[in-house]
Design a protein around this ligand. Structure first.
Ligand SMILES: [Zn+2]
Length: 390
């Protein structure tokens, strides 16, 4: 681990501690930690600034700068410098107020959030409790400037929580922060780290321009160039602009002061560009998903067909079995019937006999009737003859 990494690690420890306080006190839904705001900068075309924490209350936004130092051994009140130790290295560090003031300025310009709603909250944390002795606590409530120890966060938050202001457009500010915040995405975290290193290097070489600059001819962004020393160049050159170089000493003549224009030119274009990129990525992912879903549907369809065939097969087998059982039953009944028939085979004969007897009897009756009639007829004729012969 090199020196820079050690400092960063120590800083992360402080940020985590504040983050924990935020969630324990129910503010996690309106707290943005390690927000990275990207804009079209000067030192590099794509610049960024990292804000340790943004707490959006009902009527104020607290901008946190969090320092975690192992130990403070002295505070130089005249120069506002802390003598600190971070992971075995001794350092003299300026109070973070000024650094955070720059963050606030960028938030104000890029996100067009009025400066009076932005509260500068620097929190100095130490591992050994030396903050209790050395942190020069400042609570300037009128100018919204605070430099505090960790245990004082609550009182500052409580104060701004109770503030009232009808002009505070909370939803709009949250929307702008969320649009412009690229923290939490590794690509931009890495870019920011590289940018911060390069900016420090430029600073050491005497380039301290952090404003937003534009060309007076074409209105394009000005960026830093280096060839036998630093200079400014127009990004429109040579395509749309004839302005090639501007001496770095004159850069402040090109600064953009109009806040609307800064926000419009810088963050909006940047954000739209990034969102377009992201939308394209999502669209690609969606088309991949759609393709997969299509293939899955085809697969499901084929499986359903298979299932249907299996079902049909099963159905057939079931009917075959029923048929077999039915057939068997029918066979059994047939056997039963034939058995019964066999047992009753003389029945017909009996019936036939009976019929014969009945027929014979009927014939006899008819015969007797006939005989009787003949006798009567004969006797009648006899009687008639005797009567006539008289
Ligand atoms: Zn130009």
């Amino acid at each position: 681990m090199n020196r820079e990494e050690r400092f960063r690690k120590s800083g992360n420890k402080g940020e985590s501690k504040v983050k924990q306080w935020i969630s324990e006190n129910g503010y996690e839904n309106c707290y943005y930690s390690n927000a990275i705001l990207r804009y079209l900068g000067f030192i590099e075309k794509n610049a960024s600034t990292e804000i340790d924490g943004l707490l959006v209350l009902e009527n104020a936004i607290l901008v946190f700068e969090i320092k975690n130092w192992n130990k403070i051994s002295r505070y130089d009140a005249i120069r506002d410098i802390y003598h600190v130790r971070i992971n075995v290295y001794d350092r003299k560090l300026k109070s973070p107020k000024e650094q955070n003031r720059k963050h606030i300025e960028i938030i104000n310009k890029l996100l067009r959030i009025p400066i009076e709603y932005l509260v500068n909250v620097c929190v100095i944390i130490t591992d050994d409790g030396s903050d209790k002795i050395w942190v020069h606590v400042e609570n300037d409530y009128n100018n919204h400037q605070h430099l505090i120890r960790f245990d004082q966060i609550k009182s500052v938050v409580d104060y701004y929580k109770s503030k009232k202001n009808n002009l505070f457009e909370r939803d709009e500010y949250i929307k702008r922060i969320e649009m412009a915040n690229w923290g939490g995405i590794q690509e931009y975290i890495d870019n920011h780290k590289q940018y911060a290193i390069y900016r420090e290097k430029c600073k050491k070489e005497g380039v301290k321009a952090y404003g937003f600059y534009k060309c007076d001819i074409c209105g394009n962004q000005l960026v830093l160039g280096k060839k036998d020393g630093f200079y400014a160049k127009c990004t429109g050159y040579p395509k749309v602009c004839s302005k090639k170089t501007i001496p770095i000493a004159k850069i402040e003549d090109y600064v953009v002061n109009n806040e609307e224009e800064i926000a419009e030119r810088l963050i909006k274009n940047m954000t739209e560009m990034e969102y377009k990129k992201r939308i394209e990525e999502y669209n690609n992912r969606i088309s991949i998903f759609e393709e997969r879903i299509k293939n899955l549907n085809i697969y499901i369809e084929s499986k359903e067909k298979e299932l249907f065939l299996i079902d049909e097969e099963l159905e057939k087998k079931r009917f075959f079995e029923e048929r077999r059982l039915l057939k068997q039953e029918v066979e059994e009944i047939k056997i039963e019937v034939s058995k019964i028939q066999e047992e009753n085979s003389d029945k017909d004969e009996i019936i036939r006999d009976k019929d014969n007897i009945i027929n014979k009897l009927n014939n006899e009756i008819n015969h007797q009737k006939e005989l009787y009639q003949k006798t009567i007829d004969f006797k009648m004729r006899k009687i008639v003859a005797r009567l006539l012969n008289r």
